[in-house]
Design a protein around this ligand. Structure first.
Ligand code: V47
Length: 368
């Protein structure tokens, strides 16, 4: 096996990393201990190289992006998650509620995907959400609608007694095509208890994604990192997602979400670019059954996101137009990116930009 590592030119001075590299090259699955050791390595170059090898097995030199828009119909939320600056209470100066017309007015035919998530509104009926989805579908028959986190779907049950089987079937019938990965945060019960009073448990997030997958609704998954979670809790989160994907094969992409300190200030040590690159690499190496890993420019910035494309990520997410959740927490990135900028960031990483739709169907390859 030593020879194989030599051929691939991936001999590291970190002995533990060499052992893991052997497993990766011979396509063995990594375990919990491997994950912890990968987080602890100081050899970021070899780690990135290994992740890039795995990325190339899935998507070659291609990196995907989507022309999309984020729509957050309301920021009014009954919850008070301690990491969130987006949620407001009814009556707050900056609380807002969008009408169907306002939502429709923010979408145009050039977009391929609308990404829609919002606060857990105290009084909006489930039927209003159905109406939003149906109206978007009516006006834009070819647009993918990726909407509603598992936390929102659970809230429809808690608030209106509509169980996830029914709400997802009704939303699908109205035009929903896929679900975003938000609301997972970190599965650790310790973290959940400290950060998310009242939010559904990790097991419920997983159950709802299982139901969606059973109904043919593909979804994404996430981890919110860089706050109070431990390395072990991150690795455990990866393994739980991987187990679920073994069962359903319904996840399209994983998005590592760097916690933005904003005014919530859960940590004095926010994630550094090095942490971000490690998270992207680990995502690729631990989640061996999830095809796409995003380098999410909104939370880690354009430069690190571009570098992340050589550390295992194969997706730069989308143009977004106006991001609200991370920017409520004072994210440094722009609110949206022009398509030309996305193509530039991908080419800078020496990869081939590919415009995709929400389900990773290729629309245009920019290989000139
Ligand atoms: O679940 C809230 C996070 C998520 C903060 O599926 C924060 O394609 C950082 O899930 N700092 C929603 N994060 C966003 C999300 C997402 C984003 C992009 C693409 C996709 C996808 C999904 O935002 C929440 C929570 O984890 N969040 N506050 C904060 N201060």
């Amino acid at each position: 096996m030593g020879n194989l590592l030599e051929i691939e030119n991936i001999i590291s001075s970190d002995k533990k990393l060499n052992k893991i590299a052997e497993k990766i090259i011979s396509k063995q699955r990594l375990n919990f201990e491997d994950g912890v050791n990968l987080f602890e390595t100081e050899d970021i170059h070899t780690l990135g190289k290994l992740a890039d090898i795995k990325k190339r097995e899935v998507s070659g030199d291609k990196v995907f992006f989507v022309l999309n828009r984020h729509v957050n119909p309301t920021n009014i939320c009954v919850l008070s998650c301690s990491f969130c600056d987006f949620a407001k209470k009814k009556g707050d100066d900056d609380a807002y509620e969008m009408t169907v017309e306002e939502i429709l007015g923010s979408i145009n035919d050039e977009m391929r995907e609308v990404h829609m998530v919002g606060g857990h509104h105290p009084t909006w009926k489930f039927e209003y959400y159905e109406e939003i989805v149906r109206s978007i579908r009516g006006k834009h028959p070819n647009l993918h609608i990726k909407g509603f986190t598992a936390a929102e779907i659970d809230y429809f049950h808690k608030r209106w007694k509509i169980d996830p089987e029914e709400s997802l079937a009704r939303l699908k019938e109205a035009g929903l095509t896929s679900m975003p990965g938000g609301g997972a945060e970190v599965f650790s019960p310790r973290v959940h208890k400290m950060l998310l009073p009242g939010k559904s448990k990790a097991s419920r997030w997983q159950e709802i994604h299982k139901i969606a997958h059973k109904q043919g609704i593909k979804s994404n998954c996430t981890m919110l990192y860089g706050h109070i979670e431990t390395i072990e809790e991150r690795v455990d989160h990866f393994i739980q997602l991987r187990d679920l994907q073994d069962e359903t094969n319904g996840f399209l992409a994983f998005i590592p979400l760097q916690y933005q300190t904003g005014t919530t200030q859960l940590t004095d040590n926010p994630a550094t670019p090095l942490d971000d690159l490690k998270m992207i690499s680990l995502s690729r190496l631990m989640l061996d059954n999830i095809s796409h890993i995003k380098s999410y420019w909104v939370t880690i910035g354009e430069q690190t996101a571009s570098i992340g494309l050589n550390f295992g990520a194969d997706d730069l997410d989308g143009t977004i137009v106006k991001e609200n959740i991370m920017h409520a927490a004072k994210a440094n990135s722009p609110g949206g990116l022009a398509m030309e900028k996305m193509i530039y960031l991908i080419k800078e990483a020496r990869k081939i930009p590919v415009e995709r739709d929400a389900l990773y169907n290729e629309i245009k390859v920019y290989d000139d």
